[in-house]
Design a protein around this ligand. Structure first.
Ligand SMILES: *Cc1c(COP(=O)(O)O)cnc(C)c1O
Length: 345
């Protein structure tokens, strides 16, 4: 990738900083299949503690953490309910069905929000011999395809699930973004879920890794399934060190990403009124609807690339812009001006 390109396709595109690399090269390591990597153990314990859980499991991707988490809550042939554009059902290539025999029914709501009324009608704890049994509800916070939206009914859903005894799965790939934007702790979300995943390689800037958290028993079993899937690892402390560094240094600064996303949204809303609603941009993702602009997604993506700015298409008429720690406020201003020129032209 050209150094001068401003890459806003995703917050996964960040490179480890010199300080993060130094932490990686000096990390004590061991064989994690034997449970002997002190840095992996430290990361798992630290993240579990932050999320209010007993235990954690370091995984290579968020998809794997979600697969292991959902699998732990839903037996083969059971179902998990989630929003129709949730990552687990749209962007994990059917892994929950392919590997764990999990089926899904979905509700659909603007910005991927929790819709309590729809969820109540979907929940089927045991409707007799013809119906699949609901075993869990999964919620994504923030919601990726929902435009980085914060789940505003999170606690209300958790309360209802507590009352009905159904476990909550939390896809918290960007949970730190939700926490920083709302001023809540990640624990205040995490404790409500029976299993939760967080990504270290999104806004936090680590090159690799996610952590699944849950009870000691749930994580013990997830560890077996991780190995069963061929994803046990050895001296992974070099990677866990990056994750620890990220959690310790790169959380508070997410507020800058949110401010940069807000600035981009404001410029684009000025250039093409109606294409973006800045008040709906809650964290680090800006979704731009080109429908009313007379421009197509491929045209804008190509035009921006020619001007040194990378953005992605999501859907037939929508662009996605994601801010992150390798895109400065000045970079984001430049990107906004480039896009505004194209979209308004
Ligand atoms: C990125 C992401 C994941 C995990 O993605 P991987 O590419 O497998 O690490 C899970 N959920 C959401 C909401 C995400 O944005």
């Amino acid at each position: 990738m050209n150094a001068h390109l401003i890459d806003l396709r995703s917050d996964t595109v960040t490179r480890p900083s010199a300080e993060m690399l130094a932490a990686m090269t000096s990390a004590p390591v061991g064989d994690d299949v034997y449970g002997e990597d002190p840095t992996v153990n430290a990361l798992e314990e630290h993240v579990a503690g932050l999320l209010g859980h007993e235990a954690g499991l370091f995984t290579v991707t968020g998809s794997l953490a979600n697969m292991l988490g959902v699998r732990a809550l839903v037996p083969r042939g059971g179902e998990v309910l989630c929003e129709a554009s949730a990552h687990i059902v749209r962007a994990e290539l059917g892994s929950h069905a392919a590997f764990a025999g999990v089926t899904t029914r979905t509700w659909s709501a603007p910005a991927g929000q929790i819709d309590l009324e729809q969820i109540r009608t979907l929940i089927a704890p045991d409707l007799g011999p013809y119906f699949v049994i609901t075993s869990a509800v999964s919620v994504e916070n923030t919601h990726n395809f929902g435009g980085g939206s914060i789940q505003h009914s999170f606690d209300a859903l958790a309360d209802e699930l507590d009352a009905s005894g159904l476990p909550l799965h939390l896809d918290g790939a960007r949970l730190w973004n939700a926490a920083v934007a709302t001023g809540r702790t990640v624990a205040s979300y995490g404790v409500r879920a029976a299993a939760a995943s967080v990504c270290l390689s999104k806004g936090l800037g680590a090159p690799v890794g996610s952590v699944l958290v849950g009870s000691t028993e749930l994580i013990r079993e997830a560890r077996v399934w991780r190995k069963r899937l061929g994803a046990g690892w050895r001296q992974a402390g070099v990677l866990a060190a990056a994750g620890l560094y990220a959690v310790e240094h790169n959380v508070e600064r997410l507020a800058e990403d949110h401010a940069n996303a807000q600035a981009i949204a404001t410029v684009l809303a000025d250039a093409a009124p109606g294409s973006v609603k800045p008040d709906q941009v809650e964290t680090n993702i800006v979704v731009v609807d080109l429908a009313g602009t007379g421009h197509t997604v491929p045209e804008v993506v190509a035009g921006a690339r020619d001007a040194g700015v990378l953005v992605g298409g999501v859907g037939a008429t929508q662009l996605r812009i994601v801010t992150h720690l390798d895109a400065s406020a000045a970079d984001c201003r430049t990107a906004a001006e480039v896009l505004a020129r194209i979209i308004a032209g």
